[in-house]
Design a protein around this ligand. Structure first.
Ligand SMILES: Cc1cc2nc3c(=O)[nH]c(=O)nc-3n(C[C@H](O)[C@H](O)[C@H](O)COP(=O)(O)OP(=O)(O)OC[C@H]3O[C@@H](n4cnc5c(N)ncnc54)[C@H](O)[C@@H]3O)c2cc1C
Length: 534
């Protein structure tokens, strides 16, 4: 596949760029524009805290990229490598599409950033984050689980620990998340009969002297006052130094007993962007790719970058702030510049004046700084909702969110917990006698443990090995980059358990016994052979 423009990343920046090009090029965009993203949805991140607080359904905050980006060709896959000189991207999209090459004339890098929790010991293992819909659902599930468990616990100390929630970071995400946790607990705690005499705690730990530093001290202090009035404990000028399964340690010496820590800090550059910059000596500013005002990368006229992974100069600032407000405008304006490239017109620099900042702090209250005018309270909250409603892509989503917000005025939040864990932890496959487990050339992603029956590995008419209950059908010596070299067929009704590479890697990391087993399995030493090896 080759496109005039390949956009790497389907967040605000990439999706708006594809959508604008699609509108300009019409049905031709299907051939000319490829948008690569590892999920097929555009996530409206500013509303994730509401999903975590059970105020909105997850489907209300996402849009299918295929609908949003019109005629552009959406390619769902994980980018593994970007080769600027070869004008090529390599992506992995699944078992049958693990090594797909996409060529481009122009490349737009819009990969956003990642969350790196490694700076705080214990945070990667125990901290919850809020970056994606999965994270928001995980946080919602954890909050409700803690209430359910506290309702059953015997020890008052354990109950208090389960009812203590710590949020790290006093920026937009942290403040909005803390507000949502307060709202959720206030709304549903009465449903837990055994918790009526226990109070909950929500603690917000922030390293700065006031909350919401991007919006200014006055509104930051107002937000703090409002949240404190609703029971939030705020620790300013403080940092969390370690997390365990049962506590959060703060640098002022305090140790908070808790089983739920949410981290809204730790934004870090995307590793693909970092390695690309290193390999091609691309200029960076705090891990973001430095571009010209036209959004082109210096020395690479066909490579562009936008959104959180780009440092695009604007006015007298060396870089735009990493916000959705900027990312979507950069996407739209870059699409116009790309049109100009193909028309041979002069390129335009990125221009945008920040319209202001808004943050919802829960309890139908928000703080706003719009065009230099600062206000707060219910009016700001109403304004916040109106602005986000206008920005939410798609009429269907707008209606869903209006309905959810209206219901929220009259009804309790929904604490239904739907288990996403499949009842079978490892996938199993049943085969009747004569059924093939795999044919030569099939993708070799898993190895198999035989739970019952017998399996024969063969090459044409030659039987290479017969395996029975408890034996392992190993992958590496029997497979190469083209897949399985041999076929495997059930010689009696059989059931096999599949261990994919992820499971094997995880087990091997922890236990030498598993590592040995998989090595043994991979050399095929554990099985009896019925005929000589070829
Ligand atoms: C909880 C939260 C609340 C926020 N609230 C606000 C707010 O109120 N106002 C505001 O202006 N901003 C807010 N932001 C910031 C805003 O969401 C970001 O600035 C914006 O999303 C950046 O857009 P982007 O397109 O650059 O990156 P992203 O939206 O992060 O998109 C990156 C895209 O790249 C894809 N991708 C990444 N790696 C790969 C790979 N290897 N292969 C394929 N695809 C890949 C991702 O799937 C995604 O589609 C918030 C962010 C968060 C997390």
């Amino acid at each position: 596949m080759k496109f005039d423009v390949v956009i790497a990343g389907g967040g605000f920046a990439g999706a708006y760029c594809a959508r604008t090009l699609s509108r300009a090029w019409g049905p031709n965009a299907g051939r000319r524009v490829g948008l690569i993203a590892d999920q097929n949805i555009l996530v409206f991140q500013p509303m994730l805290a509401e999903v975590a607080g059970a105020a909105l359904s997850p489907l209300s905050v996402v849009n299918p990229l295929r609908e949003f980006c019109g005629h552009s060709n959406v390619l769902r896959g994980k980018i593994r490598d970007i080769q600027l000189e070869e004008h090529r991207i390599v992506l992995d999209a699944g078992v049958y599409t693990s090594n797909i090459s996409i060529e481009f004339n122009h490349l737009v890098i819009a990969l956003g950033g990642i969350v790196d929790l490694s700076r705080v010991p214990g945070m990667p293992e125990h901290g919850l984050i809020l970056k994606n819909v999965g994270d928001a659902l995980n946080l919602r599930r954890t909050l409700i689980h803690r209430l359910e468990e506290a309702n059953l616990a015997n020890s008052p100390d354990v109950i208090r620990r389960l009812l203590t929630f710590v949020v790290v970071g006093g920026g937009y995400s942290g403040v909005e998340t803390a507000g949502q946790i307060l709202d959720l607990i206030a709304d549903v705690k009465a449903l837990y009969q055994n918790l009526r005499s226990f109070s909950s705690r929500v603690v917000l730990v922030h390293s700065g002297p006031f909350l919401l530093p991007d919006i200014g001290e006055r509104l930051g202090r107002y937000a703090e006052e409002q949240l404190r009035a609703r029971g939030l404990e705020v620790r300013l000028n403080s940092r969390v130094t370690a997390i365990t399964a049962t506590k959060a340690v703060i640098d002022n010496g305090e140790c908070i007993e808790t089983c739920c820590v949410v981290s809204t800090i730790g934004n870090a550059p995307h590793p693909l962007v970092t390695s690309l910059a290193k390999r091609y000596s691309l200029p960076q500013l705090k891990g973001r790719l430095v571009t010209e005002p036209t959004m082109q990368i210096k020395g690479h006229p066909n490579v562009w970058s936008i959104g959180d992974c780009a440092a695009i100069p604007v006015g007298d600032q060396p870089s735009c702030p990493p916000t959705a407000q900027y990312a979507l405008r950069q996407g739209t304006q870059l699409a116009k510049n790309l049109e100009r490239v193909f028309l041979g017109d002069e390129l335009l620099p990125f221009r945008f004046t920040n319209l202001g900042q808004l943050a919802s702090i829960g309890h139908r209250t928000a703080v706003a700084d719009v065009l230099g005018f600062q206000f707060s309270g219910f009016l700001a909250w109403w304004f916040w909702r109106t602005v986000y409603m206008a920005k939410l892509p798609g009429v269907e989503r707008k209606i869903q969110v209006i309905a959810a917000w209206t219901l929220d005025l009259f009804f309790r939040r929904d604490i239904s917990l739907i288990s996403l864990d499949p009842s079978q932890t490892l996938p199993e496959a049943h085969l009747e006698q004569g059924d093939f487990l795999f044919h030569p050339g099939d993708p070799a992603g898993s190895i198999y443990l035989i739970k019952s029956g017998t399996i024969e590995v063969h090459q044409g008419d030659i039987v290479i090995r017969k395996l029975g209950i408890g034996e392992v059908l190993a992958e590496p010596t029997w497979a190469n980059e083209n897949g399985w070299r041999y076929g495997a067929v059930a010689t009696s009704p059989s059931t096999v358990v599949a261990l994919n590479s992820k499971v094997r890697e995880t087990l091997s990391q922890f236990t030498p016994a598993f590592r040995q087993l998989f090595q043994l399995a991979s050399t095929g030493e554990s099985s009896e052979t019925s005929s000589p090896k070829p």
